[in-house]
Design a protein around this ligand. Sequence first.
Ligand code: SME
Length: 161
Amino acid sequence: MAESVALASGDKAERYRELAPQVAALVADEDDLIANLANVCAALRECLPIASWIGFYVRRGDELVLGPFQGKVACVRIAIGRGVCGAAAARKQTVVVEDVERFPGHIACDAGSRSEIVVPVVRDGELVAVLDVDSYELAAFDARDARGLEDIASIVAKLRW
Ligand code: SME
């Protein structure tokens, strides 16, 4: 296993391009899902200094349950369809929220959070988890993050679930 992540570029899109193969290497030889999800969060933190919280919610029936994350303690269970996470899960589509106060039903685990992106992790057509990233800055995330995080989510989807 690669035991570190090194990102040379200052450009966001380029950093994601550098990150993806390193994340793939990080999880390549390990079967334990929790360990892999935890390391993916840690790797993402190095790529995304603007993030206040990075983590997974794993699908359990019709709920999302808190998985490995980096950041403050967070709400544990989110019904599919609720909040930004639940919306991304229900639609199986990435949701980018520039201002959480303008997203009806946003779940404020951390009152300081201002913007958010949630990317679904879909395996063989089934939602298995979402990857949630929050920021204390407004409009911290854009299409480059969507693309980069979707690449990471597709690596995660191939793990042993
Ligand atoms: N804000 C999310 C809840 C999870 S926390 O951000 C960690 C939402 O609205 O689904």
